[in-house]
Design a binder for this molecule. Structure first.
Ligand SMILES: [Zn+2]
Length: 534
């Protein structure tokens, strides 16, 4: 059995076969593509005395050092750092390979030259924003677009989409993975799709109008934005009776937000909607989805594609690979990327139930799955929430507290300094849109005790708003991404929800223009095409 089997039977292979075929594919990929043509990894393999041919099992991956966002961010000393991660083929090496010579003899030199162009020339990019202001460009060749389409088509398949359904893509129109994955997923799968560009392009009203017109079966977008659109639809007395799936991406979806979305769909006349989540990140160039599961049960996890990448779960402290079913940090290695390539990429995301290989109890597919809640530990640090009132605060916990509270609709956490004096104490203000008839006093008491229980701090004030006010606060329809945390302490830039930088969309924090292209892509794109010499 070879790697073609790994692709053809991606959802039907037992654990041992998957791991053996992945290791074979990884070895060939490292030997033929990454080590010869990636400046960064050529150097790393040389420094550590690693040979691609010595990577014989997935356990051997441990020989290769981790990479992380910090490695990709340009610095004054290395202004083109991310360029070192791009696969730039050496014509000499390529042309002298027996396989190239054979193909040139059969198909002609021009055909082979064109094939190499399609395989290697960067023609598309998405970007990520790290902790630094400099976004990291991630390049795709035509070959990568092919894989993006395949991965997207599988998201549709796993979510149980039907070809005669209609889909509205409400991800922000930006050079981010979420919007483009959805676009390519739709064309690959063959399903009617309308991309609205999200709130910033059309506003909530524009999205609502299109929903009335298209009568979609599927909505895909960020949980907070979809929540606002559906909430608005309910307030306006609209009906939307065709809805079958809500697919979430771009930020983490707590169990509570799923319940709230389902309730809103029911009010619009669609009582049996499956709310499914996806997980992905810029560096993976793909996302993975949950399959439909019974409402009263837990989701069965993100269904991975064993032919396109290897996921390892490692101990976040020691970096040691952990056995199946153990919580740990998600680490990703691609098996077929061109363009930008990062091996053993540490996401900073911790998955509660780890990686499992048993057939999925809901859909029966036999493939690796990531099970349980994902916490984005890296982002907590970047928010410096540890500085709030001198207490270490886990934003993931706060988000669960708020999203799981049944009477809380949209919310925002605001950080201020007392009297706006930089020398004063931090203040934490919680802005809430109350959903039920519960009194403000009772809800405040409830929230305060939940906060204390989970995080050891509580807000200084809780301020209640109506739906319009909270939308304005959050910047729905104005910002690229809703501002769930606003840091209004003097000298601090406003920060939106922290949960984005390693997720599908990787949006910018301020809603400003998401990327500047001055560093890199132009010069990268001018890389001369591969010539097949005689
Ligand atoms: Zn399944």
């Amino acid at each position: 059995m070879n790697s073609t089997q790994l692709t053809q039977r991606w959802s039907r292979l037992p654990r041992e076969t998957v791991r053996r075929l992945q290791a074979e594919k990884l070895r060939r990929y490292l030997r033929d593509v990454v080590v010869p043509f990636s400046a960064h990894y050529r150097e790393i393999f040389l420094q550590h005395g690693i040979k691609a041919d010595n990577i014989r099992t997935l356990e051997d991956l441990e020989q290769i050092p981790f990479s992380s966002k910090a490695d990709l961010v340009n610095t004054p000393e290395h202004p083109q750092k991310s360029k070192d991660f791009i696969i730039i083929p050496d014509q000499n090496v390529l042309t002298h390979r027996p396989s190239t010579i054979l193909r040139a003899l059969i198909n002609g030199r021009e055909a082979v030259r064109r094939q190499f162009e399609l395989e290697f020339r960067p023609i598309f990019m998405t970007s990520t924003t790290g902790r630094s202001a400099d976004p990291v460009p991630f390049l795709y060749s035509q070959h990568d677009i092919g894989n993006l389409s395949v991965a997207g088509g599988r998201v549709m398949e796993v979510c149980g989409a039907q070809h005669d359904w209609r889909l509205i893509n409400m991800f922000p129109y930006a050079p981010h993975l979420a919007f483009w994955l959805t676009h390519y997923a739709s064309t690959e799968f063959g399903i009617f799709t309308l991309g609205t560009g999200g709130g910033k392009v059309m506003g909530t009203d524009g999205n609502l109008r299109l929903m009335q017109k298209i009568k979609p079966d599927v909505l895909i977008g960020m949980p907070t934005f979809l929540y606002h659109v559906l909430q608005h639809a309910v307030e306006e007395g609209h009906r939307c009776e065709n809805l079958k799936r809500i697919v979430l991406g771009g930020e983490k979806a707590a169990e509570g937000i799923r319940r709230k979305l389902r309730n809103l769909c029911a009010k619009l006349g669609s009582p049996n909607v499956d709310v499914l989540s996806t997980y992905g990140f810029t560096e993976a160039k793909m996302a993975w989805a949950e399959c439909p599961f019974p409402v009263d049960e837990q989701p069965t996890g993100y269904h991975l594609y064993p032919d396109l990448g290897v996921i390892e779960i490692v101990d976040p402290k020691t970096g040691v690979i952990l056995p199946d079913g153990t919580p740990g940090e998600i680490v990703f290695t691609p098996l077929d990327h061109r363009g930008s390539v990062v091996l053993r990429y540490r996401t900073g995301d911790v998955i509660e139930g780890g990686l499992v290989h048993e057939p999925c109890p809901c859909c029966g597919r036999s493939l690796p799955r990531l099970v349980g809640k994902i916490s984005r530990n890296s982002e907590v640090k970047s928010m410096q929430l540890d500085k709030i009132k001198g207490t270490l605060v886990d934003f993931n916990q706060l988000e669960h507290v708020l999203d799981d509270a049944p009477s809380v609709g949209a919310w925002q956490l605001e950080l201020r300094k007392l009297k706006d004096d930089p020398m004063e104490m931090d203040e934490l203000i919680l802005h809430v849109h109350k959903l039920s008839d519960v009194s403000e006093e009772k809800l405040s008491r409830e929230l305060n005790s939940r906060f204390l229980e989970r995080t050891e701090i509580r807000p200084n004030r809780i301020v209640f708003h109506d739906a319009d006010e909270i939308r304005q606060l959050l910047g729905v329809g104005v910002l690229l991404k809703e501002q769930k945390i606003a840091d209004n302490r003097p000298g601090k830039a406003a920060v939106s929800s922290t949960l984005s930088s390693s997720t599908l969309s990787s949006s910018t924090s301020s809603g400003a223009a998401p990327i500047s292209c001055e560093a890199g892509p132009a010069s990268i794109l001018s890389t001369s095409p591969v010539e097949v010499k005689s």
